[in-house]
Structure formats: structure tokens, C-alpha cells
Design a protein around this ligand. Structure first.
Ligand code: FE
Ligand code: FE
Ligand code: ZN
Length: 278
């Protein structure tokens, strides 16, 4: 099954997102759990969640991706920001527990001059406070471009976090094609080697979702500017290899390309044409 979708606005709720996804030709989608640049959250609507569950089952919508707000920095230097991160992650996971087939993705964080080691330790400490034996929703670390002091530009940094998390069987990774390319992993000319390295350092079984984006900037630029399919430095050829790769093809692919609804529908249709495997 080709699980393909795009990022959607959560403003109208889950059922509305499910319907929009189907309209765009998608069978998965991503959304922000709350205002991405703030932190405010809508009241929990269990009826909407139940209606979405029925709709998703009927329309064969697969695993969806909940994205934490950008304001969540799990390794903030400021104590209030640290407390905010703990609160947001706990509350998001509590709310997501009412949904089936959802993963929770977050940007590991920016160490803001505290240094990489301190950052990694703080991220792991936060996850150890949040994760409980009954936590149901897998929590994914997103691979990052390495803008500023971002942690997650190297697979080894994600490995270091995972090693420090006690309930690490609850953890996975989401690979963003724009981010890994900007981080310096050459998925255009050396996809096999990059996946090999991912497998050696992290383990491919940890990979739970892919953000499918082209990049406006060159390999290793550390910029993080997403481009539409084939409108960037990665190109459609390489992205097509990724959606068809035997080790990746079962994963949910989510577009985060700079598009409106019509643009997303077009890209989804194009990817379906490029998809060679069942
Ligand atoms: Fe992200
Ligand atoms: Fe992403
Ligand atoms: Zn990005």
C-alpha cells in the first residue's frame, strides 16, 4: 500500500482533515497538535475524534502524523521554556491517546549555546519524564537540517538521545528528505549508503515516517527551506527512488512542500504515477 499525504490545517478538527485528505487523493496526513508558533490548544473534542475514527476506517486512512509545535524546545536553556516543553508533550500525548494509528513527531531541539552534550541530555531527560509504560503513541525524533544549534542533523545525535531514553521502545524517527539533504546526507547520489548508515547508527526499524520535501538549497547547506517536488536541489528522480525503495516503501510519506490544496493534490497524483511498487 502506498501511504501518501500532506500536511493539513487542524483548525476544523479531525473529521474535516480526514475528509480533506480523501479529497486530495491522500490516505494519510500530518497536522500540528496546537498553534505551531505559540502553544494554545483547542478543547478536546472526543465526538470529533470518534467520527474521525469511523471515517478513517471506512476510507482506509493509515497512520497519521501529529507534529509538535515549533515552540517546543526539549533542551531549552530557559527554565520556563523547559517547563512549557514538558507540559506540551505530556498534554499532546494524553490527547493523542484517543486516536488509533497516530505517531507524534517533534524537532529534538536547539541547544542554544549550552553545547550538544547538554542538549542531548536534556532532551532525553524530558522524554524520560514524559514517557510512561502505558504511553500508546510512538514518539518520533525528526532528522534536522542543522540550522543554528539544532540537534538532530547527525544520525549519531539521534542515537545518543535514544540511548539515554529508558522506554526507548516507545521511540522512533521521522526522516525529512529536505532536512537530511541540508544536513549533508547525499540522498541524491548515495541513497543506498545513507540508508546503510541510518541502519547502522539508528536501525531502520526505528524509521516510522518520511517527510517528503525537495530543498531550495544545496547539499549540506544547513538551511531548511522546503521546495515543491522537482523545484529544488533534490529533484524528482531521487524522491521517486525514495518512495519506491524496498526498505522505505511501506512507510507513511507526508508532503510538507510549499503548496495550497490544489498543489498538494497535484503532487500526490504525480507521486502515485511514479510509484512502482504495490
Ligand atoms: Fe518538522
Ligand atoms: Fe519535516
Ligand atoms: Zn523543515
Amino acid at each position: 500500500m502506498f501511504w501518501i499525504g500532506c500536511h493539513l490545517s487542524a483548525a476544523k478538527g479531525y473529521l474535516a482533515m480526514g475528509k480533506e485528505a480523501v479529497n486530495l487523493g491522500a490516505n494519510t496526513f500530518q497536522f500540528f497538535t496546537r498553534n505551531p508558533r505559540g502553544g494554545s490548544v483547542k478543547p478536546l473534542d472526543l465526538d470529533d475524534m470518534a467520527a474521525y475514527r469511523d471515517f478513517a476506517a471506512k476510507h482506509n486512512i493509515g497512520t497519521i502524523v501529529a507534529h509538535a509545535p515549533y515552540t517546543l524546545n526539549a533542551c531549552a536553556a530557559d527554565e520556563n521554556l523547559q517547563r512549557f516543553a514538558l507540559h506540551v508533550m505530556r498534554e499532546d500525548l494524553e490527547r493523542l491517546s484517543f486516536l488509533p494509528d497516530v505517531v507524534y513527531n517533534f524537532h529534538p531541539g536547539s541547544h542554544v549555546k549550552q553545547g550538544e552534550a547538554v542538549g542531548i541530555q536534556k532532551i532525553a531527560d524530558l522524554l524520560n519524564q514524559v514517557l510512561q509504560p502505558d504511553t500508546k503513541t510512538p514518539v518520533l525524533l525528526e532528522t534536522m537540517a542543522g540550522k543554528g544549534t539544532e540537534i538532530g542533523r547527525e544520525f549519531a545525535q539521534l542515537r545518543a538521545i535514544l540511548d539515554k531514553v529508558e522506554l526507548s521502545d516507545k521511540m522512533g524517527v521521522c526522516m525529512d528528505t529536505c532536512h537530511v539533504f541540508d544536513a549533508g546526507y547525499d540522498i541524491v547520489s548515495h541513497l543506498e549508503e545513507v540508508l546503510q548508515e541510518f541502519d547502522t547508527v539508528i536501525g531502520l526499524e526505528r524509521l516510522k515516517a518520511i517527510h517528503l520535501n525537495d530543498s531550495k538549497n544545496a547539499l549540506g547547506s544547513h538551511k531548511d527551506r522546503h521546495a515543491c517536488l522537482d523545484a529544488g536541489e533534490i529533484g524528482i528522480e531521487a524522491l521517486s527512488q525514495i518512495i519506491n525503495h524496498p526498505k522505505l516503501c511501506h512507510l507513511p510519506f507526508v508532503l510538507e512542500t510549499p503548496n495550497d490544496a490544489a498543489g498538494y493534490a497535484k503532487e500526490i497524483a504525480w507521486l502515485k504515477e511514479l510509484r512502482k511498487v504495490e
